[in-house]
Design a protein around this ligand. Structure first.
Ligand code: BLA
Length: 512
């Protein structure tokens, strides 16, 4: 029933994409029973490829297709197969005059999987190792995560020749952002765009953790069903999690067509067993990339994944260091000023320089001093009152002030996010950092902003629409405050209250 239930835009998490019961027809598939090595399933399109009907192949051994020497070679390999596909240097010349095929094999779900891919014309089979060497050197040397992502997208584009290569990074809420892009000059940029979590449903993410590379050479294909479609022992189609030719979700194919994309290849980026992101390649016309080049891209992708963790740690460390150094200099300035509060803003670094944020305000003894991009002083005064009446914590932070206080809607452009520390025992003095609404910092680069709707009233499925959908989910919200920032704010608070206490004690001593 699940298989037959129509998949709609709201239940796509339930589409069983690992058992589509069909393949992409650019190649053909045979499944074998490992016990007797006879064919249990063939894809319907064997006739189109090698002139033999699928039914004719069932229950045969491969003697019909292979020479005795090839058959012996294959037989020797069966016991070594695992779920990871292997390319065999075996070229199938089924019928004189037919194109050559490569054989990709793996073992999964109680079956031996033999996938045959045509050798494309003029295929670059020689892998350019020295350019790979340069590429890996650049990736190693990258100073930041973003630079690292940029090198990787450039490399994948060089290797494969796709029109566009994107690095798509997932956020904590499973939405995604394009953080690097290599593309043909005449294409509109996607860099900086965000998409909601639903564009890549849960089961697809789970599958992409097991299988690192997907390839769709032509989104307008007609799927070739398996014959027979059901697995003999499980009463569902064979599990294609690791199959190269697995037929793709029709919803996703529509999405790609709506985007004007004719071919894609996507490589998983995995850190600590989690899907960190996807490297997605697009081509505007159908494109058959050779298995060898796909494997080479996969090596770059896996190397990228392996190095990414240390690059992420470096970025964190650099930011932590920046915060520490700025704090220290700020504390020195505070110590030098007779009126310590002046040390927070009169020269750089100011409190604004400590964090990545839009603006800051110092509310002290009835005065308000602003730095960077902030709400107006009367608005800050209102905020100060609100904090005083509603917040008991010494350090308060939110990504969406308007969720706590509807009055916050008016200032979301500069102050969706707040990080506030109270400055003294007596309430009312605050140091506040502001972060703008995320939406103020991103734009859709395309021309039309209005929603496109089909004649039947269905929403047009495309990245542009999902960008609009993503916007709804981040209305009135800033980027999150990181634990290291909250902790640094706490330290600044402690330091300021120490300084105050010292001044107070000195005054007391003098008075005595
Ligand atoms: C899969 N969706 C994907 C994939 C990507 C995206 C990269 C991986 C498959 C591939 O290689 O193409 C999303 N692609 C994007 C985004 C951009 C892009 C955001 O280029 C931005 C530029 N998708 C939807 C909705 C549903 C949906 C609403 O938008 C479901 C109702 C489903 N997406 C969906 C499914 C898959 C998918 C089922 C898995 C496809 C498969 O592997 O069979």
């Amino acid at each position: 029933p699940l298989l037959n239930a129509p998949v709609t835009l709201t239940n796509c998490d339930r589409e069983p994409i690992h058992i589509p019961g069909s393949v992409q027809p650019y190649g053909f598939l045979l499944c074998l029973n490992p016990a007797n090595r006879r064919v249990t399933h063939a894809s319907r399109n064997t006739a189109a490829h090698i002139g033999i009907e699928a039914e004719e192949l069932l229950d045969t051994d491969l003697a019909q297709l292979l020479t005795p020497a090839q058959l012996a070679e294959l037989t020797a390999l069966y016991p070594t197969l695992t779920e990871t596909p292997r390319l065999l240097g075996l070229r199938l010349d089924a019928v004189a005059g037919q194109p050559f095929y490569k054989l990709i094999m793996h073992r999964y779900d109680g079956l031996l999987w033999l996938e045959f891919e045509p050798v494309s014309d003029g295929e670059a089979s020689a892998v350019d190792l020295s350019s790979l060497n340069v590429a890996l050197g650049q990736m190693l040397a990258a100073g930041s995560v973003l630079e690292f992502c940029q090198h990787a997208t450039d490399q994948i584009r060089d290797i494969t020749g796709f029109d566009r290569v994107l690095m798509y990074r997932f956020a904590e809420d499973a939405s995604g952002e394009v953080v690097a892009e290599a593309k043909r000059d005449d294409l509109e940029p996607y860099l900086g765009l965000h998409y909601p979590a639903t564009d890549i449903p849960q089961q697809a993410r789970a599958l992409y953790l097991k299988n690192w590379l997907r390839f769709i050479p032509d989104v307008n294909y007609q799927p070739a069903p398996l014959v027979p479609v059901l697995h003999s022992t499980t009463s569902r189609p064979p599990d294609m999690t690791h199959a190269v030719l697995r037929s793709v979700s029709p919803i996703h194919l529509e999405y790609l067509r709506n985007m004007g994309v004719a071919a894609t290849m996507t490589i998983s980026v995995i850190v600590d067993g989690q899907l960190w992101g996807l490297m997605t390649c697009h081509h505007l016309t159908p494109r058959l990339v050779s298995y060898e080049l796909r494997e080479l891209s996969l090596i770059v992708g896996k190397t990228f994944s392996a190095l990414l963790k240390s690059k992420l740690q470096n970025d964190d460390y650099a930011y932590q260091l920046h915060i520490r150094e700025t704090q220290v200099r700020l504390f020195e300035q505070i110590g030098r000023h007779a009126n310590f509060i002046e040390g927070l803003y009169q020269r750089r670094p100011t409190v604004l320089d400590v964090f990545d944020c839009g603006g800051a305000a110092i509310c002290f003894e009835g005065d308000i001093i602003t730095l960077g991009s902030t709400p107006t002083k009367p608005q800050i005064e209102e905020l100060r009152q609100w904090l005083r009446e509603n917040v008991t914590q010494e350090v308060f932070h939110t990504t969406s002030y308007s969720r706590h206080n509807p009055a916050g809607l008016a200032i979301r452009g500069t102050a969706s996010g707040l990080l506030a520390i109270s400055l003294a025992q007596e309430p009312g003095d605050y140091l506040i950092w502001f972060r703008p609404e995320v939406l103020q910092t991103v734009t859709w680069a395309g021309k039309s902003q209005k929603a496109e709707v089909h004649q039947d009233g269905q929403i047009f499925l495309s990245p542009r629409q999902s960008f609009e959908a993503w916007k709804q989910t981040v209305d009135n919200t800033s980027t999150p405050w990181r634990p290291m920032e909250v902790q640094a704010a706490q330290e600044i608070r402690l330091h300021l209250s120490d300084v105050r206490l010292k001044i107070y004690n000195e005054l007391q001593a003098r008075a005595a």
